[in-house]
Write a protein that binds this ligand. Structure first.
Ligand SMILES: [Mn+2]
Length: 276
């Protein structure tokens, strides 16, 4: 990737080229292990020839792992080290399974006093024993590393019956793509006051409409415009976030690299020092 800026970067990035925990029955198919490489390529294409600061340091990929447990341990270790050194973390996925590892690290670092902003077509809160990309948040809550009152969903829309019951039972805050339409800037600022204790951000690219971002493992229509992500995040970014992750980019299904370019643009926009 390009040159780092002269100032010490606050963000440290790891690629997570694994799709451990992907359920092939529900996914369109494999391919998210290619996500980090595609996002890095897109980042170079978008920014290499421009005089634009890169405000993060790319630490390469995480160590090779062979099981979900190993993956989660490796993620927890990497994110913990970044946070304990006083920096902010970035993960590029890879399957959304990794979130149980990052949330464990964030919980430990903040003594479980943080909010999770979750942008996804899916709530990933299926109550089942197996840890996979559709049950990560159920396990995070069950383990006590995520307070359900500090979780907010944005643009969930492909939701299983058991998940609806669980979300209602725990009183979890959620916005559908429709309810986001009436969320004003004032509402978002209020949300940022309520849920910035501080915030960690998880973005599954399938939150965006597949007409705009087709290169994801589990596409679902009726999604949001990507500018909505920036609009919602802005007040949180002003307050400072602990880190973020961009997951589920599956280049096999992409068209003209538009999904990996979108992920690269989000990577830039979220880490940028200037909001243009
Ligand atoms: Mn998803």
């Amino acid at each position: 990737m390009g040159q780092t800026s002269t100032n010490a970067p606050q963000y440290y990035l790891y690629g997570v080229p694994h799709e451990l925990g992907c359920r092939y029955g529900t996914a369109k198919g494999p391919g998210s292990q290619q996500g980090p490489a595609a996002i890095r390529d897109a980042y170079s294409t978008l920014f290499a020839q421009f005089h634009v600061d890169q405000n993060f340091r790319d630490e390469g990929d995480i160590a090779d792992v062979n099981s979900v447990n190993e993956l989660l341990e490796e993620i927890e270790d990497k994110v913990s080290n970044i946070l304990e050194a006083g920096h902010r973390s970035i993960l590029l996925g890879g399957a959304h399974t990794l979130t149980l590892g990052s949330v464990r690290a964030v919980s430990r670092y903040t003594s479980n006093n943080f909010s999770l902003l979750y942008f996804d077509a899916h709530p990933d809160i299926m109550p089942r024993e197996e840890v996979d990309y559709g049950s990560t948040l159920y396990h995070a809550i069950s383990e006590g590393v995520l307070d359900p009152k500090k979780l907010v969903y944005f643009a969930i829309r492909q939701i299983e019956e058991e998940e609806i019951s669980f979300i209602r039972q725990k009183g979890i805050r959620y916005y559908t793509p429709q309810s986001l339409l009436s969320l004003s800037q004032t509402d978002i600022h209020q949300l940022a006051n309520e849920f910035s204790s501080p915030a960690y951000v998880s973005i599954d690219l399938d939150v965006v409409d597949p007409g705009i971002a087709p290169g994801v493992s589990t596409p679902y229509p009726l999604g949001i415009d990507p500018r909505e992500i920036i609009r919602i995040l802005e007040p949180f970014l002003l307050k400072g976030i602990l880190g973020f992750e961009l997951v589920e980019v599956a280049p096999n299904y992409d068209i003209s690299e538009q999904t990996s370019r979108l992920a690269a643009a989000l990577l830039h926009q979220i880490t940028a020092r200037h909001s243009f």
